[in-house]
Design a protein around this ligand. Structure first.
Ligand SMILES: C[S@@+](CC[C@H](N)C(=O)[O-])C[C@H]1O[C@@H](n2cnc3c(N)ncnc32)[C@H](O)[C@@H]1O
Length: 340
């Protein structure tokens, strides 16, 4: 078999070269023999620095191949049924959240068992029953397989976050967006996270920025309790203050103004915009989330500037970031708004 033979002392450099050029055969393991290392090659090539290209007499040991979801379910579901399953599933801690179309309800237990086999790190499979709803933005889930629990600890950007999938809102899919916000935060800023849920925004901000202190307001008592546990769990309780209650009532009572206000409540967050503007220092940045279709974004951008102007505030939209998908064709969009 075609291989790159190199002395052990050069192995790291050769490996880096082969990886960069995507030349290592993905199906086989490399072989070490005496003072040499043999990399299985995916294609013919003339020259590799610090290595000799040879045809080995031995065959490389094959990598153990994990069966795919489709392979595990082959014979149990028709091709049409396989097509109906969502291509990616959300994983929160050790729980995998399945979206099962109504047509496959009768086979959901078998599908969930297949998921457990496929992901050894997953302990529980749940089916989401509804979309997020109500003031607390929560939803029902049904345990289909594995441990009978709806609580787990999720790891995101170096933060451990304990969540209950039914009593609290949490979306693992917003991890990159939270980090994007955290990376903008400066040491001297006074930060407020409205609608803070189980505390993930304040925690990621405290962990990934030099800021001294973050304030957070959440109305769901369960989420607030989890947030209290989470700031302890991450040893960040001295840098985060959590308020339980309605932003309408709590924010005026704080009698404070902020350099940055995060508003992760896409459905109705805009109703709180005048409160956020009123609590903003000069040059503050507001991160306002919305659910929008692509074609609605430019109009919304204009509308936000005009709305702020009517409320007596000049603003500039620094950027508009599409940071997730709510439903087919509808995006989670963040407007980074500078109060000038
Ligand atoms: C979409 S979730 C976001 C939670 C969290 N920031 C996250 O990203 O995981 C919105 C949160 O806002 C809370 N909420 C809704 N209305 C509120 C209000 N008037 N005052 C404070 N919190 C509120 C809900 O309970 C929910 O936890």
């Amino acid at each position: 078999m075609l291989a790159a033979k190199t002395e052990l002392k050069n192995a790291q450099k050769v490996k880096e070269y082969l990886l960069k050029k995507e030349l290592i055969h993905p199906d086989f393991l490399l072989v070490k023999e005496f003072d040499f290392l043999y990399f299985p090659l995916a294609e013919k090539i003339k020259k590799i620095p610090l290595a000799e290209i040879i045809n080995t007499k031995f065959s490389f040991p094959p990598k153990e191949k994990k069966p795919s979801f489709e392979e595990i379910l082959k014979g149990k579901l028709t091709l049409q049924e396989l097509e109906m399953l969502p291509k990616s599933q959300e994983i929160v801690g050790s729980i995998l959240i399945l979206e099962i179309p109504p047509e496959l309800r009768k086979k959901e237990k078998m599908i969930a068992d297949a998921c457990l086999k496929l992901h050894p790190q997953i302990k529980t499979i749940v089916r989401k029953d509804h979309k997020h709803e109500g003031t607390y933005r929560t939803r029902k889930v049904v345990v289909l397989a594995g441990e009978n629990t709806k609580e787990t600890i999720h790891h995101e950007s170096g933060v451990d976050i304990k969540v209950h999938l039914e009593k609290t809102y949490f979306s693992a899919r917003s991890g990159n967006e939270r980090l994007r916000i955290a990376k903008q935060v400066k040491k001297w800023e006074e930060v407020l996270v409205m609608f803070s849920g189980v505390g993930i925004y304040p925690l990621v901000i405290a962990k990934h920025s030099p800021v001294k202190h973050v304030n957070a307001i959440e109305i769901n008592p369960f989420a607030h309790q989890y947030a209290r546990e989470n700031i302890e769990l991450n040893h960040l309780a001295d840098r985060i203050t959590l308020y339980l209650g309605d932003v309408w009532k709590i924010l005026p009572r704080l009698n404070q103004s902020f350099d940055r206000i995060v508003m992760p409540l896409p459905m109705t967050g805009e109703d709180f915009l005048h409160l956020a503007l009123g609590a903003s220092k000069k040059n503050a940045v507001i991160h306002l989330y919305q659910f929008l279709k692509e074609k609605e974004i430019p109009e919304k951008k204009k509308h936000l500037v005009e709305r702020c102007k009517k409320l007596g505030f000049a603003v500039k939209i620094l950027r508009v970031v599409k940071c997730g998908q709510f439903s087919p064709g509808v995006f989670r969009v963040c407007f980074d708004i500078k109060v000038t």
